[in-house]
Design a protein around this ligand. Sequence first.
Ligand SMILES: Cc1cc2nc3c(=O)[nH]c(=O)nc-3n(C[C@H](O)[C@H](O)[C@H](O)COP(=O)(O)OP(=O)(O)OC[C@H]3O[C@@H](n4cnc5c(N)ncnc54)[C@H](O)[C@@H]3O)c2cc1C
Length: 40
Amino acid sequence: MDRGYVLVDEYMRTNVSPLSAVGDLVPTLQLAHVGFAEGT
Ligand SMILES: Cc1cc2nc3c(=O)[nH]c(=O)nc-3n(C[C@H](O)[C@H](O)[C@H](O)COP(=O)(O)OP(=O)(O)OC[C@H]3O[C@@H](n4cnc5c(N)ncnc54)[C@H](O)[C@@H]3O)c2cc1C
C-alpha cells in the first residue's frame, strides 16, 4: 500500500496472488467509469 491506496500492476494485480484491486482503493482517478474499465 502507499498512502492508503492498494498498489497494483498494469493488469490491476496486487502483490498478493490471486488478488486484484480496482476502483477507489487504487491510486487512479476516483470515477465510476474508471473503476469499471479497470475491472474490465
Ligand atoms: C458525491 C459523489 C459523486 C460522484 N459522482 C460521480 C460521477 O458523476 N461520475 C463518476 O464517474 N463517478 C462519481 N463518483 C465516484 C464514484 O462513485 C466512485 O468512483 C465509485 O463508486 C467507486 O467504486 P468502488 O467500487 O471502487 O467503491 P464503492 O462504490 O465505494 O464501493 C465500495 C463498497 O464496499 C463496501 N464496503 C466497505 N467496507 C466494507 C467491508 N469491510 N466489508 C464489506 N463491504 C464493504 C461499501 O459499502 C461499498 O458498497 C462520485 C462520488 C461521490 C462521493
